[in-house]
Design a protein around this ligand. Structure first.
Ligand SMILES: NC(=O)c1ccc[n+]([C@@H]2O[C@H](COP(=O)([O-])OP(=O)(O)OC[C@H]3O[C@@H](n4cnc5c(N)ncnc54)[C@H](OP(=O)(O)O)[C@@H]3O)[C@@H](O)[C@H]2O)c1
Ligand SMILES: [Zn+2]
Length: 375
């Protein structure tokens, strides 16, 4: 059940507001930045906003530049990205610009919201997701049914907050505008609550006229998410650690990192580290963590090769060490080939014991680099 790549995009005042409380939309960005947003829109398959933004701003959400639209068509894509919105109430104005400009529209809502929206004559594909709207089901539907691989989310704050708090955002593009709103009743970009984002990693900062664009990537693994940007970051690191292993003709070179739910690295390790000729990566990393550490049950083990299930060199294979440590989630790049052990299945063994194992095959080649002589 893969999800699209989710990119949150917003502009905020220096005091963190998305808008003021006046009737008109507050212009936070600069002309050159609006053009940048147009370029990002042209690059995605779908754009999502909440019903609150439709009601407040009545936006069109178009790709304005004709050259960018032509390039989309030349690449075999629809002229405009799919427009997506969410509502629980179904309280939407059927005459809003959203429904009457650009390409196709889809509305995700609840069962009651669907009845109301249909009765109001909203011109969109209306998808009811049950009594409540679940973001994971929405993202799955966009991916599987609508073929969306890149989703841009343009607010408002209610929508941005939920996606970040649930660990479903892969990237945040934030524009900071040099002005103050100063009205506590104005909408904020991010609301209170627990965030599954960790300490975000800054990917880029760029001056655009008088505003600053910051691009961030969350670092905390998304709970239940099949694979987040944070997962890819940590798994890549595990694969890079494997290159530090002293070479061997009789064992794989593997790297592992253990990461807490808030994105804190707890430990890392690699095969045969620190002069121990037989130590495995997961074993080395877990040995550096206090077994009573309360963060272990919600931590993730990232390992370039799936954990082993059979060992002659030590009494406990890594899959068992992971279970003993109480870790419930593993992300790996590569299923063990039968070079040394026939039909090794660390993934199956861990899944049978209730551990969520995510295999990110796109990193398999990287995991194999220091093992080229063995496969
Ligand atoms: N500066 C910027 O970049 C930017 C961008 C966008 C918006 N804004 C500003 O943000 C303000 C609007 O913010 P907002 O937080 O009110 O709006 P919003 O996030 O666009 O929309 C909130 C609404 O979306 C629906 N919704 C959200 N989560 C849902 C869920 N899990 N299930 C079902 N429905 C869900 C609900 O609609 P129902 O109430 O219909 O159920 C909810 O009231 C406006 O002032 C706008 O100008 C600024
Ligand atoms: Zn092992």
């Amino acid at each position: 059940m893969p999800y699209p790549h989710v990119l949150l995009s917003a502009a905020v005042s220096l005091d963190g507001y998305l808008d003021d409380t006046g009737p008109d939309r507050l212009l936070l960005s600069s002309p050159a930045d609006f053009d940048r947003v147009d370029e990002v829109r042209a690059s995605v398959d779908a754009i999502l906003i909440g019903a609150g933004t439709i009601r407040a701003d009545n936006p069109r959400l178009l790709v304005n530049d004709p050259g960018r639209r032509a390039a989309r068509v030349a690449a075999g894509k629809p002229e405009y990205p799919l427009k997506v919105t969410v509502t629980a109430t179904g309280d939407l104005d059927p005459d809003a610009n959203f429904w009457h400009t650009g390409g196709e529209k889809v509305l995700y809502t609840t069962d009651t919201g669907a009845e109301r929206a249909a009765a109001q004559g909203v011109a969109a594909d209306i998808v009811a997701l049950g009594a409540d709207l679940d973001w994971r089901r929405l993202l799955e539907h966009l991916h599987d049914v609508r073929g969306v691989r890149r989703l841009m989310v343009e607010g408002g704050g209610t929508v941005h907050t939920q996606l970040l708090q649930q660990g479903l955002a892969d990237e945040v593009q934030l524009v900071l505008a040099p002005l103050f709103v100063g009205d506590p009743k104005a909408p904020r970009l991010f609301g209170p609550g627990g965030y599954q984002a960790g300490r975000l990693r800054l990917l880029e900062s760029r001056r655009i006229e008088d505003v600053v664009l910051m691009r961030y990537e969350p670092t905390a693994p998304g709970e239940g998410a099949p694979a987040s940007a944070a997962d890819r970051h940590w798994l890549r690191l595990a694969c890079e650690l494997a290159a530090e292993c002293p070479p061997s003709r009789t064992a794989f070179s593997v790297g592992a990192v253990v990461v807490a739910a808030d994105g804190t690295e707890l430990a890392r390790g690699h095969s045969r580290e620190a002069g121990d000729p037989v130590v495995h990566a997961e074993e080395a990393a877990l040995a550096k963590i206090d077994p009573a550490d309360p963060r272990l049950p919600t931590a993730t083990v990232y390992t370039s090769l799936e954990p082993c299930t059979h060992r002659s060199s030590r009494p406990h294979p890594c899959a068992e060490l992971i279970l003993r440590a109480g870790v419930r989630r593993v992300v790996t790049a590569w299923r063990e080939p039968d070079t040394f052990v026939a039909a090794a299945d660390g993934t199956g063994m861990l899944r049978d014991r209730g551990v969520a194992v995510v295999v990110l095959g796109e990193y398999e080649d990287l995991a194999k680099v220091p093992n080229a002589h063995l496969v």
